[in-house]
Design a protein around this ligand. Structure first.
Ligand SMILES: [Cu+2]
Length: 397
């Protein structure tokens, strides 16, 4: 902030030269300092804006986040104490023993063995203790306890720029694939396998657990659980997550949500997923439009066909002409709160604008980038056609 390193270097010889004490130079320095201080305060306020309601790491809704928070608190407050003591002694020494006019040159000593031993032992003990605590925490949160309830498996795949959630067995052997909004039953461990289809992403729901990278061709595992006795509001409760690894143009628009619900509400969602369609006449026109323009990438009738998913993936990497890409499964779009990886509420108006031109929401997204429909900017569809598409997507099930 303020001076670039280069200007800092350049200004050094000036400071040590004879014009160091010139009043003008000093006032410029003071102004720079004030500007720096101002910017720091603004930054502080911005950071403080990450309130408890949003993605706070200061509030834990489950055992994993709680253990991490405990460790963080210990590290933080021990370090704050060390800082205050060391800086306190330093400031005291500077003020108390500063050179006063007429002072003689102080006696020159070299080293103080007992002081040096003490100042080596104290930090060593501290670092060891905190290190051991950290390692124990790592082991304590490594795996879900085996004597607890049956864990639910969720495979999460990161895509530029959205999240895919696959439940290999959401209940009664039923497989579910959905996007950007994850539903989990309360008080049950969730085993999570993380992978990426393209670049490195990072999976982070601060109130449930720390972040973990999503790496192509390598599965990373973690688990978390939402505890009913830690959640004060009524269920269902929505928690916020986001991609925490710079993953390209729309990285900042890659969010997701985790909705914590009672097991029986979760079961109803599972049962309703992919139920036979009841399509109105208006939606029938939408269904045809959808088949013609959208099914290259999107699935609407239950989990994706694995062969199709594989072909989409190779399409993504082959580049060149218009190719299919992995896209959010829209089977349960109607039951979601948001659109476009958590960037806007799912309303008819927003859905209309999204289908009209996703580029307005998400620069560089692979829907407008790859679909024939958007090769000349906004979709070549009439408002009526878009409305029937919406009718199909939202009333489908
Ligand atoms: Cu990402």
């Amino acid at each position: 902030m303020g001076l670039s390193p280069y200007r800092r270097l350049k200004s050094l010889p000036m400071q040590s030269s004879s014009n160091f004490n010139q009043p003008k130079r000093r006032s410029v320095n003071l102004k720079n300092r004030l500007v720096q201080l101002g910017l720091m305060s603004v930054l502080f306020l911005l950071v403080a804006g990450c309130s408890k309601d949003g993605q706070s790491t200061w509030e834990a809704f489950g055992p994993v986040a709680q253990k991490q928070l405990d460790l963080f608190n210990v590290l933080l407050w021990v370090m704050v104490a060390v800082f205050i003591i060391v800086e306190g002694v330093l400031v005291y020494a500077i003020v108390r023993y500063r050179r006063r006019p007429g002072d003689a040159k102080p006696p020159q000593i070299h080293g103080n063995t007992s002081l040096e031993i003490i100042l080596t032992i104290i930090p060593t003990i501290l670092v060891l203790a905190l290190g051991i605590w950290s390692v124990f925490t790592l082991f304590a949160i490594d795996k879900a306890p085996e004597d607890g309830p049956d864990p639910l498996q969720v495979n999460v795949t990161g895509h530029q720029w959205w999240f895919e959630f696959e439940y290999p067995d959401a209940g009664d052997g039923k497989k579910i694939i959905t996007a950007n909004e994850m539903r989990i039953p309360v008080d049950r461990p969730i085993n999570i396998s993380l992978e990426s289809d393209d670049v490195i992403h990072s999976f982070w729901v601060p109130k449930l657990a720390g972040k973990l990278d999503m790496v192509p061709t390598h599965v990373n595992k973690m688990w978390f659980q939402a505890d009913s006795d830690k959640i004060t509001e009524d269920l269902p409760v929505t928690l916020y997550g986001q991609c925490a690894e710079l993953c390209g143009l729309s990285h900042a628009l890659m969010r997701f949500r985790v909705t914590v619900m009672e097991q029986n509400d979760f079961d109803s969602w599972v049962a309703a997923y992919g139920a036979p369609p009841a399509i109105s006449d208006k939606a029938k026109a939408g269904q045809q439009l959808f088949a013609a323009n959208c099914t290259l990438c999107h699935n609407i009738d239950g989990p994706d066909d694995p062969a199709l998913s594989a072909s989409r993936l190779t399409g993504f990497f082959s580049g060149g002409d218009i190719t299919p890409v992995p896209a959010p499964n829209l089977t349960d779009l109607r039951t979601r709160q948001t659109l476009g990886a958590g960037i806007t509420d799912l309303t008819e108006d927003n859905l209309h604008s999204w289908i009209r031109n996703p580029e307005d929401f998400k620069p560089g997204n692979y829907m407008s980038e790859r679909a024939v429909l958007y090769q000349n900017g906004p979709a070549s569809l009439t408002d009526d056609e878009i409305d029937s598409l919406i009718g199909y997507l939202l009333d489908l099930r």
